[in-house]
Design a protein around this ligand. Sequence first.
Ligand SMILES: [Fe+2]
Ligand SMILES: [Fe+2]
Length: 288
Amino acid sequence: MSLIIGPASELAQFDSDSFGTVTLLATEHVRVLLAAFEPGQEIPLHAPEIDLVVAVVEGVGELFAGDRVYPLRAGDVAVVPAGQTRGIRARAARLVVLNVVRPPPSAGDHARVAAGAAWPQKREPTADPAALIRAEHGELRPHLEHLRALADEVEAAAEQPLRERLRQAAAFLRGGILPHAAIEEATVYPAVDRLLRALGGGTATMALEHVLIGARVEELERLVDSEPYDGPTRAELRRSLTALEAVLRGHFEKEERVYVPLLAHLAPAESAALAAGLEAAASEGHQH
Ligand SMILES: [Fe+2]
Ligand SMILES: [Fe+2]
């Protein structure tokens, strides 16, 4: 028996022909292996007299156990008792699982298939939460245009009508936007969290903000060069500066309140490497 330690993603071996396996432990009593599936690959259904413990270490897929299909995601565990039909497959994404089987399988075990057991042919039609989210944002977006238009009128509009319209805008924010945020936190975010754990991509929203910030900087540069600085251009300039300040302030806040505390969990060597990278980039930046 040899010492094995490391990220499952580096230990696992994918194979283009069939799912790849790496045996971590093989004794007369038990076998432990890492199974790596490319999308579409599977362990076919079989029903050996073998206990199976599955720990999903990466990705998403499906487990057939007994007589039905269960979703698998990184972090999930499953136990399939001896005699029950089982099978594992990856669909749209890669999947890596740690399988513990006892006793170790013999040649004939994979041939034993329970009568009538089969992966479902097609997926049942499912509800479309993505469409619901887009539709809800679609309804909210015109209100954002309205906020922008209102901002442009704040300095010149007469007080009474302005106050009334501002009240309506604040009521929309409190009654429409804040509940929308609360609903997302209770429903969408937990689902996204589970998928991020399995598929990664947790920093993609922040990288997207960098792209949006870049676009706003370009917009400001165009305005800076425009001539003359007449009334409308000055209004655009003010809007552009205000928007940049807001998005940058929020962006720093997210990095410092969400990402920075996570860095405390880096191992000392990882911490040192990150600090060195940041310092090197900073001194590089100062030379330009
Ligand atoms: Fe939203
Ligand atoms: Fe950033």
